[in-house]
Design a protein around this ligand. Sequence first.
Ligand code: C2E
Ligand code: CA
Ligand code: CA
Length: 695
Amino acid sequence: MYTVLSCIVVDHNPFLVVLAAAICVAGIWVSFRLFQRARDTHGAMRAGWLFLNGMAAGSSIWCTHFVAMLAFKTQAAVFFSPTLAILSLFLAIVGTGAGFALASSGLFRLAPEAGGMLIGASVAAMHYLGMLGYRVDGLVHWNQNYVVASVVAGVALGALSLNRSMRPVTIWCRYGAKVSMVLAIVALHFTGMAAMMITPLRPVFAPAEDQTWALALAVGGVGLMVMGMGIVTALIDHRTRTVADEDLQRIAEIDPLTGLGNRLQFSRRLEEGCIWADSNDTRLCLVLVNIDDFKVLNDLRGQTAGDAFLEALGVRVNALLEDGELAMRIGGDEFAILRRLKADEPVDAFLSRLEAMFRRPLKASGSQLACSAGMGVAIYPDHGLSPSDLLANAGMALARAKADAVEHTQFCDGVMDQEERRRRGLSQALRGAVERGEFSLFFQPQMDIPARTLSGAEALIRWTHPEHGPVSPAVFIPIAEENGQIVAIGDWVLEQACRLAVTWAEPVRVAVNLSAVQLRQENLVARVAEILETTGLDPARLELEVTETSIMADLGKSLTLLHEIRALGVSVALDDFGTGYSALASLRAFPFDKIKLDRGFVADLDGSEESRAIIHSVLMLGRSLGTPVLAEGVENEAQLAFLTGAGCETIQGFLFSPPVPAGELARQIQSGNAFAHSGTQRHLRLVGKELAVAG
Ligand code: C2E
Ligand code: CA
Ligand code: CA
């Protein structure tokens, strides 16, 4: 070790040693950058990068070696064999190139280390081949131990270097690969030089300093040029890749069909637009457009026609856009247009231009196609203080535009959209409400006036929203019908109602409401049968309520279904009678077990002669069909008196009882029972109301 150190310090020209070290460090740095690029690529590209990698590493190592050799001070005259010098350069380039290639080949598990060893070995081979061409005018003696030590150091450090380069790198050895490679070269060279002992034959008094410097600088210069080429190549490559990435990014944001931006671009542009409006203290107009009946076009004329339509639309939109406007296709048949507005600029002209874009017939693939669309408009920051709020509000306005038969362009409207947001919030909250146990069942008694008994009870669902508290079924049932959750909810009601009814002390009939959506459910009848079976409820005690509107939606199917339900022994009531359009048609189509006169008629009794007439005729109709009529919504004595006078026998309403919790109804049935058997009028107190019925 001491010999090696003294060899560096004493036997070498320090300036040339520094030059050699600089070439070495720079060369290794460039080589590893090129190696990294080689590893990132495949096939011919990788071969190309490995070639550059071998050139840079081999030539810089060779230059390091050559300059360091020139730095070696000897008292004997020195000559170089040009052939061996050039051979050793080739050996270095080919050997290190092959080492890097092997290391990155993935041929076997230890390929990186084997590649590093090959690099170390070829550096050693280059060194000693070069030394063969180093002719001195003296006796040369080689110390075998140093020779062996130099080769071992080169090979081992080479292996360590590639190990650090390719195995996971920790923060402690970020530069491990480069440092090990520099050490491999330095250790090999100087240990190798320490192995050589020269005894001059004739002393040289003036060693050719100038020549040595000139040669060293020439070699170093060439080495640096090779490395420079490597660096420039890597830089050009980096720039090309950046440009390619930007191109890819641009392509990724374009809708190929229309040539407009896509949803990705829209998100970016919307955000940029809001920032622009903020910083310029102006506004941004967002218009969401949804093409009408695009699906119909696709279904009727095929996807190719649909594509041609969109393509033609894209051309038209592109042609009609003005400065500061951007159009993007953000969904199959949905577009978004952004316009940067000046301070108080009105949007009427802009919107009329959009109508010209989206509401004029279009020529596509040779035929004239109708084009119309709904538009939802929201302006930043008036209608939303963030891109996402603005988008949500424009979406809400669009939904209104699509639903409105006349006004196809709708502006964001705080109040209406708040209502819509509430609906969406409830729709979200309904998900999983059955599982979370947020529902309960109430029951409203139905009274048989002449018999003075409780003839039945209608099951009415109650929902306690975790934040808003109780929500009326009149509000959430339509939402559940819209989002399909009514199926699970209806199933729960049916099962729960039957389960509870079984526990009642008297065999009172239980009425359950069926939604139109449930009527379209394939397995409804099987499900009813199953519930009756599992709960053990007598089918004769179950009554299902359907509305006219729901059976009229698909009369044929509904009738089959109602007959199947009837076949189970379950009865069927016609709910809300009189509110549909085809009251008589539904009554003729199916022999209902009960007609429930809508509470609207009862409520109008006092003021409306017409309501009184309708009630009379419905009761007559019921009698002629042999179907009992129940009047809903009876709130006062006057209504009751009129109804009983007109011959109505069953009644449901607040006058007797509002819907009550299941437990309370069960208690009332239990206690009311005693009165019922006593045969007095008092049993009607069971629902908490004194009943003043004549007779
Ligand atoms: P509906 O089937 O016509 O139910 C009767 C509604 O009238 C109940 O409202 C009841 O509280 C109310 N009502 C009863 N007596 C009176 C009265 O004297 N005056 C007035 N003004 N109203 C009275 P509720 O419970 O809010 O239910 C509203 C609607 O929600 C129901 O109308 C029904 O269409 C639906 N619904 C309730 N529960 C269910 C269910 O479990 N499944 C389905 N599909 N729909 C249900
Ligand atoms: Ca009902
Ligand atoms: Ca009703």
